[in-house]
Design a protein around this ligand. Sequence first.
Ligand code: ADP
Ligand code: MG
Length: 678
Amino acid sequence: MSLIEARDISMNYRLEGGRVVPVLRHVSFSVERGEMVAILGPSGSGKSTLLSIIGCYLRPSSGSYRWQEMEVTEASDSRLARLRSSEIGFVFQQFHLLPRANLIENLTLGSAYQHAFANGGAEEKAAELLARVGLASHQSHFPNQLSGGQQQRAAIARALMTNPALILADEPTGNLDSKSAEQIMGLFEEVHQEGRSLILITHNQEIAARCERVMSIRDGVLHEEGAFPRSPPRKTPTRPLASVQVTPNRPRRRSMEWSVGGEAATGVQVAWRNLQRYRSRSWLTMMGVIIGIAAVLSTITLGSYTRKKIIESYESLGVNKLMVRVYPRWYFGARDKSPVTFEQLQDRTDLTPLRKLFPEIRLLSPVLQVFTESIEFGGRAYKEARILGVNDEYFQITRRRLLYGRGLNRFHVDHKRRVCVLGYEVARQLFSRQDPLGRIVSINGNSVQYTCQVLGVLAEQKSNSEWFNPNRQILMPVSLVQMIAQHFESQVHEVNVQVRPGASLTDLTTKIKQFFHLRYGRSAVVRVDSDDLLVEQLKKFLNLFTLLLTSVAVISLIVGGIGIANMMFISVNERLREIGLRKALGARDSDIRRQFFLEAMLLSGAAGMLGLVLGVAGYHLLLFLAGKVFTQVHFEWVFNVSAIVISVASIIAVGILSGLFPALRAERLQITEALRSE
Ligand code: ADP
Ligand code: MG
């Protein structure tokens, strides 16, 4: 049986615009195992096209092409890839060595796809073959450090890597001087004597004359020229042959020996080696993703961190305060039913039960505001003062700070002591230079007059409230104020409550309203105020702010991702020949796709990890520096789980999106186009 047999093969190229160019017309021939055949023909006659078909990387438009018993025109792409990777070796006119890889790397380029090296051993084999073609001392040279003849010898060594049955050479000496050409032909003859079949394309009669058989092609039509009159066999100038016996590689079934994990591992290795070949460009591209991820991570983390801190500090200003006002309903009729009719708030029936029922209440103070005509001391009078009856907890609830002296205590409140704490303005007006502590001041209310002793003075407090200006207040025990004040003014209708940290103001508000409703029915009107709304507004604003920052970071990440995609696209175009070569060496389309995809994933993965590290280091550094500059900020370790999750998800998304399209493009690339490109 012939090794290959072509019957009636025609090949038409379809040009853009639908024009069909016939290149091969009804070509039939066969080549036996161990034959050395030359194909002669002028340029443009279709020699390379025929060789692509013989090499199983171009399907003819019509006709039958058989490799032993297999019909190539009907075989699957991956079956053909396997055939190329085990049975066929290619040698090209332009050598097609990867410029950025040394000779060993060039020879092992296909080993990831070649079954022969599924269990390793590629480098040993490469070294052995390089020695055989006389390049033992050039293993780690790069192609541009070699002469053309040396490069072609390396290319022949590469073609021999898988011990193929057939070597195809497309004008292998076309770019070489006659001495190098002679060496190359010597090598080919040696290879032929090992029992391999060779098909050489040439337009050099002399070279054709050294083959056993010549076919010539003109305008796509093949003519058998028959056996050449053989000149006596020459002695090859190269070293004597190692006794390599060519055993035909058995046609293999779909190989199951390559585990998925193994393939992925080889893929990662190949991708890693490629990235190293383009190291500086890879780094530059990665910078985009590194910075993007670092920015995403740190803006999200710092955004939510500052949000939390701002809200905390805002809460410390007293937003955990509720002001509860309860008034009798004026038009509450006699027929309306209620358990108890409300008149005023009382300790025993209202305030104490509130404390007991709701553990969220941390502090509670009644507030009773009374107008006064004047407060006098030592001949001076101040007429703008307001008297405020409160208990000892009021100071904490409202976070009043004392300038001198002390505040009210429990004893003062329980025993109606005649003591007072003066607002800043009151004390300033009455005592400009004297020490107010311990002085007795006299207070004139509506037709009542009484005295009290100054316990302390409040620190000045910012306020733009005329009605409730803390600097003009005189704070006294609520029990005392109730006793002195006139009937209606002595009724307590307001309580201030401090809520425990973490408890919800809104929930407590509802509960307090329910409490009064159950107790007084419709006879009481309950109003609860808090600064809660302000915090809600603040939170909304801060959320918006974080969102804005994050979107800026995300945009930078997208830019980085586009950078990677761009680089992968450029490298697909730049590496067309590499892709073609890999396919010729047996890579399946899916191998190529996987390789480019893995490269993109590897790039963005490595960049992403570095970005995470940089981000964490960066925002901690920022926090540290902020701690040095602003006394309010203290350094602490901050890790925001959702920020990390979002960042990792972005890394994966960037990898997938930037890898997908270049990978698909690389996959679809035809070997012939790829190899033709410069
Ligand atoms: P040779 O190798 O003998 O010089 P080729 O096989 O490379 O010739 O090309 C034969 C003819 O086919 C040429 O006229 C060339 O222009 C044409 N040809 C080759 N490849 C393509 C292609 N992909 N699309 C269209 N025409 C092509
Ligand atoms: Mg050609």
